[in-house]
Design a protein around this ligand. Structure first.
Ligand code: LLP
Length: 415
């Protein structure tokens, strides 16, 4: 039987060494994606910068890898900031997002020497202004703007409709007040504007519409400002998803922006993007051991030893994935089954209606493209242990996160 290899390592060997379930990244694929972004996202008109959106998959090892390619990172919490600070990423390459940063988080930003904050709202800027005066420390401020564009994707992950909790409308009184407040502060500097129109987007038209809006705003300012277009570039989870690919997406984005800027006779100080999913999703695999099988009147279930605790996306977003039996890659797919997890919820189903070979207890199931928002949204539901994370490349493995132990589960229990 043909067996799946990831980064040159057999699935069975990976599970034997690191346990199951297991998150595995094909490190070469990660590096190919990083390189593709780096190469394609360049302009001879203005400097460009790529920030990896940590929320998609963050560990110290991942931070160090993106840093090797010269990427900065965006963080959205003290925890993500702390992780980035523990890595090789220089502090001035870290950008702080979030709609409700706590005072503690903002203080952490000043005390760690951060230089970039993406401000979401007027109350935040008021607090930032106070803190900058207290610390007597400069801070570059990007404003997150809500351009009122709803990108085509699942409703829960649309962020930029008019009543979104994120950002401010350019023509709002809050945003005008922000600009005045910033002007009056000796330490805060206007870096530019940020927009993020959603996630898992395939339609370039959505970006173009956002670019048009942003360019029209930039036109109101005398000095060139930085433009940050966020993340959201779509990936292939199943054969129904048809992303353009990193290179083509970047080429089209840059071409459109170039035209818009030329038409407006403008330039930008710097152009930033924040891809998360498109850097890591397709490089990630989850390996599970298949346990029991069960026949109900209308379904055949294959049960695996993980599920919603290691991948909440199918239950939360009805996200679709594809899979194979990793130790029977060339077996005929004679069965039509539902792959369900082991957790105590009926909704804990990983994949509905998929053709797979006949299996035995102990066979391995691979779910593809789980590298984004899998580990980072994992939980200990039912007191399950968070799996290890392994990078595989050229037949070698590097353990990036070790599997939790039962002791980890009890670590904070006091009685
Ligand atoms: N920048 C900002 C400001 C964001 O809010 C996000 C994602 C990104 C960048 C990265 O977007 P990406 O390139 O990864 O699409 N948990 C959901 C996705 C939530 C995305 C939130 N923001 C999921 O599993 O689909």
């Amino acid at each position: 039987m043909t067996e799946l290899h990831i980064g040159g390592v057999a699935a069975s060997q990976l599970v034997a060494q690191y346990g199951s379930p297991l998150y595995v990244y094909d490190q070469q694929q990660l590096e190919t994606n990083l390189q593709a972004y780096k190469q394609a996202f360049q302009s001879d008109r203005f400097p460009t910068k790529i920030l990896y959106a940590s929320k998609a998959f963050q560990t110290v090892g991942m931070m160090n890898l993106v840093n090797q390619y010269g990427f900065g990172v965006d963080v959205v919490s003290a925890g993500e900031l702390y992780t980035a600070l523990q890595s090789d990423v220089p502090v001035d390459h870290i950008y702080f997002h979030g709609n409700n940063k706590s005072t503690e988080e903002l203080k952490m930003a000043f005390e760690s020497g951060m230089q970039h904050i993406v401000c979401d709202n007027l109350m935040e800027l008021t607090e930032l202004s106070q803190l900058a005066n207290d610390y007597k420390q400069p801070m570059q401020i990007m404003f997150r703007l809500n351009v009122g564009i709803e990108a085509h994707t699942h409703e829960y992950i649309v962020t930029t409709h008019i009543d979104s909790k994120f950002g401010m409308a350019y023509d709002s009184s809050d945003f005008k007040a922000c600009l005045e407040l910033l002007n009056d502060n000796d330490y805060l500097e206007l870096e530019g504007f940020h927009v993020h129109i959603g996630s898992q987007i395939f339609e370039m038209d959505a970006w173009y519409a956002a670019i048009d809006k942003m360019v029209s705003y930039l036109n109101d300012f005398d000095q060139p400002l930085t433009l940050n277009l966020g993340g959201g570039f779509g990936v292939r989870y199943t054969e129904d998803d048809k992303p353009l690919g990193i290179e083509e997406t970047m080429n089209q984005l840059l071409r459109y922006l170039d035209q818009s800027l030329t038409a407006a006779d403008l330039t930008v100080k710097e152009l930033i993007i924040e891809p998360g999913r498109s850097l890591v999703a397709e490089a990630g695999y989850t390996l599970y051991e298949i346990g029991y099988q069960k026949q109900t009147p209308n379904k055949t279930y294959y049960f695996v030893d993980g599920g919603m605790a290691d991948n909440i996306r199918p239950s939360l977003y009805q996200a679709k994935y594809s899979c194979d039996v990793a130790n029977k890659m060339d077996a005929e797919k004679t069965e039509h089954v539902t792959v369900a997890g082991k957790y105590c919820e009926s909704g804990d189903v990983l994949i509905q209606d998929v053709a797979l070979p006949k299996v035995e207890k102990g066979d391995l199931l691979v779910v593809y493209a789980t590298g984004a928002y899998g580990y980072s949204m994992s939980s200990n539901y039912n007191r399950s242990l968070t799996p290890a994370v392994v990078f595989a490349k050229d037949g070698q493995t590097t353990e990036i996160v070790k599997r939790q132990t039962y002791l980890d589960l009890l670590r904070n229990d006091l009685k």
